[in-house]
Ligand binder design. Structure first.
Ligand SMILES: [Zn+2]
Length: 409
């Protein structure tokens, strides 16, 4: 997972709010390199305690940190063998999980937490570069009152570049999430940077299409009435990969080869993600050609904090390629210092049904071409929707696109 957290991008754009300072975050993942047995045991024990503590905090069913602190901290300290900082991050985690669950919950769903990572903040970890030959990167964690362990960490090429940037103070180290996946421990470093954004001059809207995998359009401040050239991503490579693997899976299913199906699933995921990375890069390139761009997308879900609920719930949104694409775009936009704004579902209402030129809202849209009965405009349906998304942001910045939308009586 390329975990992305953006605390600050959900605020509204309004006139006079610029320049605005925003904190953007990216996550860099490294692998713990050949830890010895007692270190693994110590980590496992810590995870067990931490997981227990998060669940214990969840029993309070409260999203108030001060309430949990007042009523839980003393007992937590007695019951769980963890240092003070970890007790606090466990409490914060419980609050995040509960909030996210309540926001996304379906009827009758029960909160079950299957997996969790241990969050270390600056009080309980140090990360340093040494002259060690195996790997220069060493992470020291305080687990409980007395115990500290030092772990060598290795990075892939891209990730290493980012970590080096953090050592040269381009990014700041925030927290480290220790994640255990299939018996392997990884360290997820959350890095942050404060960027001063000036008022955007181009709105770059990205939307998923009915036929096109993604479509984007740019509208500039100097000529808001005339959208600039759009770009389509048919996503045929993604569809091809998915189609191929669906076929393979069906075949294996007939032969009841369950473990093979899982292997195939992993391979598929890797190949799809590769394609999504390519598309995300192209989206960023597209945005970068315009002056002071802001990328605007619909937020598919409030679920963006890397929480792990039941498998079913995770699968529902997190694994759709489009959601992944959004995550990648967000990650890359943060790296490049490009502004990004999410619209809620409510804010993108009727974007497919509305005529971007006159604001007429059609009860239904048939076919690939949007034909407006009011003003006679004929336009590609996905592109029309995308322009409407751009308009929603533009109106909040008072770029004045057109008359307010009218609806059919
Ligand atoms: Zn119209």
């Amino acid at each position: 997972m390329n975990g992305v957290n953006l605390k600050s991008c959900c605020c509204h754009f309004s006139v006079g709010m610029f320049p605005v300072q925003k904190e953007v975050q990216v996550t860099v993942i490294g692998k713990v390199f050949k830890p010895n047995t007692w270190k693994i045991l110590a980590l496992n024990r810590c995870l067990e305690q931490y997981f227990g503590l998060v669940k214990w905090y969840l029993q309070f069913k409260s999203t108030s940190k001060s309430f949990l602190h007042k009523n839980g901290y003393g007992e937590a300290k007695q019951r769980f063998n963890l240092n003070t900082a970890l007790i606090q991050t466990a409490r914060d985690k419980a609050v995040e999980i509960l909030k996210s669950f309540r926001k996304n919950k379906k009827r009758d769903s029960v909160l079950t937490v299957k997996r969790i990572s241990i969050r270390f903040d600056s009080r309980c970890y140090t990360f340093s570069k040494t002259t060690n030959v195996l790997t220069p990167y060493w992470l020291t964690l305080s687990l409980d009152g007395r115990r500290r362990i030092s772990l060598p960490v290795i990075f892939g090429e891209h990730q290493r570049k980012r970590i080096e940037e953090a050592f040269s103070q381009e990014w700041q180290f925030k927290t480290v999430e220790m994640v255990k996946k299939k018996g392997v421990w990884c360290a997820h470093f959350v890095l942050s940077k404060t960027i001063l954004f000036s008022e955007p001059e181009t709105v770059v809207a990205i939307d998923r299409g009915e036929v096109n995998f993604a479509v984007s359009v740019a509208v500039s401040k100097t000529n808001p009435k005339k959208p600039l050239r759009g770009q389509f991503w048919r996503g045929s490579s993604v569809k091809r990969v998915r189609g191929l693997y669906n076929h393979i899976r069906r075949k294996l299913g007939q032969k009841k080869l369950v473990s093979k199906i899982k292997d195939v699933g992993r391979k598929e995921k890797r190949r799809v993600n590769q394609q999504l990375h390519i598309i995300a890069n192209q989206v960023i390139e597209y945005a970068k050609q315009f002056s002071k761009p802001v990328i605007v997308m619909e937020d598919l879900n409030g679920l963006r904090s890397g929480m792990h609920f039941s498998k079913k719930m995770n699968r529902r949104v997190c694994t759709t390629p489009y959601f992944k694409l959004q995550q990648y775009i967000e990650y890359k936009a943060n790296l490049k210092g490009i502004q990004l704004k999410y619209l809620t579902k409510k804010e993108t209402k009727n974007t497919t049904k509305e005529c971007h030129r006159c604001g007429y809202v059609a009860p239904k849209v048939n076919g690939r071409i949007y034909k407006c009965p009011e003003c006679g405009m004929e336009y590609d349906r996905d592109l029309n929707a995308c322009i409407n998304i751009a308009h929603r942001v533009m109106s909040s910045m008072r770029w004045g696109s057109r008359e307010p939308p009218r609806t059919l009586k």
